[in-house]
Design a protein around this ligand. Sequence first.
Ligand code: ADP
Ligand code: MG
Length: 665
Amino acid sequence: MELNQIKGIGPKTIEYLHKLNIYTIDDLVHYYPYRYNVYNPVDILSLEEDNIGVVSGVIESEPKIAYIKRNFNRLSFRFLTGRICTNVVIYNRAFLARNIHIGSEITLIGKYNREKNLFTANDIKLYPLTHTEVEPVYHVVSGIKRSQLSKLINKVLDSDISLEDHVPNIINAKYSLMDESEALREIHLPKTTQKTKQAQLKLKYVELFEFMFKINILKYKNQVFNDYIVKKVKSDNYEKLLANLPFMLTDDQRQALLDIVNDFNAEKRMNRLILGDVGSGKTIISFLALILNYQCGYQSALLSPTEVLAEQHYENFQKLFGYLNMRIGYLTGSLSKKEKKTIIEQIKNNEIDLVIGTHALLEENVEFANIGLVITDEQHRFGVNQRKTLQNKGAYVDVLYMSATPIPRTYALTIYGDMDISLIKEKPKGRKDIITKIHTFKDMAKVASEMEEEIQNHHQIYVVAPLIEEEEESDLNDVETIAKILKDNLHINYNVGILHGKMKPQDKDTIMNEFKNGNIDILISTTVIEVGVDVKNATMMIIFNAERFGLATLHQLRGRVGRNEIQSKCILITDKKVERLKVLEESNDGFYISEKDFEMRGSGDLFGIRQSGDMAFKIADLHKDFKILVQCKKDTEEFIMDNIETNFRDYSYYRHILEELITND
Ligand code: ADP
Ligand code: MG
């Protein structure tokens, strides 16, 4: 249902809602608060100094406003609460004065200083509170207020607009799940803990059921609509290639290659995931697959999540396999229209054997003459819907995914349940473990001198700042602050580059290239470098506010160094005592680390996949709710078996998803 079906909603508001990825009424009501403010009115005398409290009372005097400086004013009045008459001040809210009248009952939120008999309010409600009030807090963008969003949502929930229950009735009955619209009402305005729990359970189930439905439909599709080509790859083909490599494959790499060859040769369509630790050498396996596919006479595509990576792949491929004289195209979003057009023409006319690029490849109207293989790097960044787009690039296309998120096998089998999996656990021989140390901010001078040493040895350093979210009371160090800290502590000359997510892709690439070319000694960035960048000369990784990251993410970040024989270091800086970080000091094994991460961590960006695509769950948590996920796996399998024949006649919602995923567009 469209947003404009809500009475009184204007085009401007709709525009703002779009910025929050809210396009339909269904999206709107499923836009959950990320926390709640709880207002619990108390007696002012029970308030401890420095604790924020909530008190209700009556206004006793007309308000006074003092304009102290530009952008700085103070509103004050007298206020009677219980038997105490206190002075109240509020800063920078002069506009509230028109609502302050003698005799009005209001509620103040703030701190009370008993000695001075002064209440410093930071928020105010223009009505008295008698019992606890819970207020949902939503992420918003400027232009739309939290309260506005809340009102809008409640308007829908209270209206006669009927909301769909996304869980099939049979299943609702089986688990006695709460009605979805009731669950929504509860999540937006919680009443009792017990009820909120049930509401959460229902909404988690909704999310995970839909997710597993997609996975299982893809799996089903792979089994049923399995057009394939048999590519006749013989061992001669790859042994020759391997003999020309500057190194020997590890056993795991070799097994992954054999898995691929078997898929090529089998009477089925390949749908395989290579799951390997950072630095385990997945890329070379993908290159070999591309070549074998080419030798069988088909075109192929290699997709990366970023331009930097695409370029890196392009260069490395040429370096290692330039002698094969394959015709290789490079296609990314930043090419000029004309360049793109030329390449797209060439792909169509079979004048290009392999195209390396970013998602532009998916978006552009790229048609292949005879594509046989599509590979995507860093699969965890892509969603389920993209899996389908890839497969649909050609009728018989083999698909290979690569992911550097070493997640435990049980999880992999579930969330990648539609794919076959090859694991690469082993690292290439001769790799040294990255020495990892935890330091506090006080140790900065020591850290700085270690940095100086690296720079004097002509090595390069990555410095990672925690992601900046728009949180009000954040003491996190952003990239600029960190640049300053380094400047204050380092006593040698060095070149610094700064990267963050809000930069334009071209600017990011420029900085990244400067770093690659060695013109930048220290690269300060947010986690944008997490994805597969390979700069061999970088030997030190420093991560600020390490406590903010999941172990898996830290391990991935750390994997940017230690890419040659030089001993590399990783320094985790945190002032918090975080037990789990020690796992990184102890181990360099990504699979072990991710197991530990699962055991210890409550929630968060477990695999670093949270923000991505379809796995960006709003309320479910892959780890905490794994049992529900496993249940959803079973339930969706049954649901599909029971309804596939009738094409989900009774379940239009799922019929649409099915059509989306199955049609070859
Ligand atoms: P990732 O699995 O993180 O994508 P890469 O494919 O980028 O890892 O490999 C990391 C580095 O290791 C690359 O520079 C690659 O050339 C090198 N490499 C890959 N396999 C081997 C091997 N068997 N022996 C030595 N070096 C290897
Ligand atoms: Mg890689």
